[in-house]
Design a protein around this ligand. Structure first.
Ligand SMILES: Cc1cc2nc3c(=O)[nH]c(=O)nc-3n(C[C@H](O)[C@H](O)[C@H](O)COP(=O)(O)OP(=O)(O)OC[C@H]3O[C@@H](n4cnc5c(N)ncnc54)[C@H](O)[C@@H]3O)c2cc1C
Length: 358
């Protein structure tokens, strides 16, 4: 016989954990279906200032403050100009942003979750006779009244829309001389075929990523350290930072998708998507983590209200996410249009002209 729950949460990433924590005292039975953590380092470490209030609402302010994260104080960008300029001189009322120790952050969230967790993936989801039936990779199944899809970019429910095919090549670099104190900063550098991002992590490693389209990313970059190194050498500021702070490039980068994709609609009768599964933004926005915390919490509150017979918060949730996607597409165009030097290059052309009316 299939296990049952009032609410099934698919995925135990940022959004899934935020949803489970929100439902902890709701009186509803909650089951989370998630594969065990794979222990791999994940890129995505900047938590914007708005994240602080959500962590407080989730009861995690103290645990977060005790963590190894560092306050983010400086971002410099060479974007639209040959000069390197400070990017975030604004003082945020929500407090500082943070550069996370991402594995420690995910562990903190996961350790706080108290609902039952099934160590599996959801292979299929079907809605019949007013209930969801989820087929799991361990051969079992689970039925639920409501499903929260927090499965990240993989997405289990619905059809995704996309506006680009951005990919990231990323790696984590170690210093070969740790007598040199690296600058605690984040650096963004636009180039003809895409843009670079580097950020000093709390453990002094450097997170380095190059963002491009599949046809502007050097071929075989993820197989050959020499190609990665050669590409880094063509940069101006990234290369200088690596050299002056003594970082070694010892392995080829990992490739991952990083484009802007979303579900339309992001919620419906007895279901909602949250986090990247609802809307995954180009990482230039730096708010994927905050959006995942926010939407995980809001979708869970809407699911609880829906279970109590009030569908209104679910409608409002879907409208808010749809509005955020629309705003993001407008912002995305204007940020990419601010880079004038390579307007005729395919990578920049696509971004300046795409997304209208999406
Ligand atoms: C290169 C790159 C850099 C980024 N940098 C930043 C940054 O600096 N700041 C920022 O705010 N954001 C950044 N982001 C975005 C950020 O990482 C994501 O927005 C965030 O991780 C989304 O959280 P999530 O919980 O929705 O998804 P995830 O963190 O991806 O979690 C989804 C979970 O679902 C599980 N899952 C998947 N399929 C299934 C299934 N079928 N069944 C059960 N479980 C499943 C997965 O195992 C995973 O644990 C970056 C993204 C990329 C690609």
């Amino acid at each position: 016989m299939a296990a049952t729950a009032d609410i099934a949460i698919i995925g135990a990433g940022i959004a899934g954990c935020a949803a489970a924590l929100t439902l902890a005292n709701s009186g509803l039975s909650v089951a989370m279906i998630a594969p065990p953590p794979d222990g791999r380092d994940r890129i995505g470490e900047f938590l914007s200032p708005a994240g602080n209030a959500i962590l407080r609402d989730l009861g995690l302010a103290e645990a977060f403050a005790a963590g190894p994260h560092r306050e983010a104080n400086a971002t410099f960008a060479s974007w639209g100009s040959e000069l390197l300029a400070p990017r975030n001189a604004i003082v945020h009322v929500e407090g500082p942003g943070h550069v996370l120790d991402r594995p420690a952050f995910e562990r903190m969230l996961r350790d706080a979750v108290e609902c039952s967790v099934v160590a599996a993936t959801v292979d299929d989801a079907a809605f019949e006779d007013g209930r969801w039936s989820l087929r799991l990779s361990d051969g079992t199944s689970l039925t639920a009244r409501f499903v929260l899809d927090c499965s990240g970019r993989a997405g289990v429910l619905g059809k995704r829309r996309r506006v680009d095919r951005l990919v990231a090549a990323y790696g984590f670099l170690h210093q070969y001389n740790d007598d040199v104190e690296p600058t605690p900063a984040t650096l963004i550098e636009a180039v003809a075929s895409g843009w670079w991002y580097a950020s000093l992590l709390p453990d002094r490693r450097l997170s380095l990523a190059f963002f491009a389209d599949p046809d502007t990313m050097p071929r075989r970059i993820s197989h050959d350290t020499g190609i990665w190194l050669g590409h880094i050498e063509q940069t101006r500021f990234i290369r200088q930072w690596l050299e002056s702070a003594c970082y070694r490039v010892g392995a080829p980068p990992v490739l991952t998708s990083a484009g802007t994709t979303w579900l339309d609609p992001p919620a419906g009768p007895r279901w909602a998507a949250a986090g990247d599964s609802a809307a995954a933004f180009d990482p230039l926005s730096s708010h994927g983590l905050t959006s995942a915390l926010w939407s995980g919490r809001r979708a869970a509150l809407a699911a609880a209200a829906d279970s109590a017979g009030d569908p209104e918060p679910l409608t409002l949730y879907a409208e808010t996410v749809q509005g955020a996607v629309k705003d993001f597409l407008t912002q995305r165009r204007s940020v990419y249009a601010a880079e004038h030097r390579w307007r005729e290059e395919p990578f920049w052309q696509r971004r300046i002209h795409s997304g209208r009316g999406a």
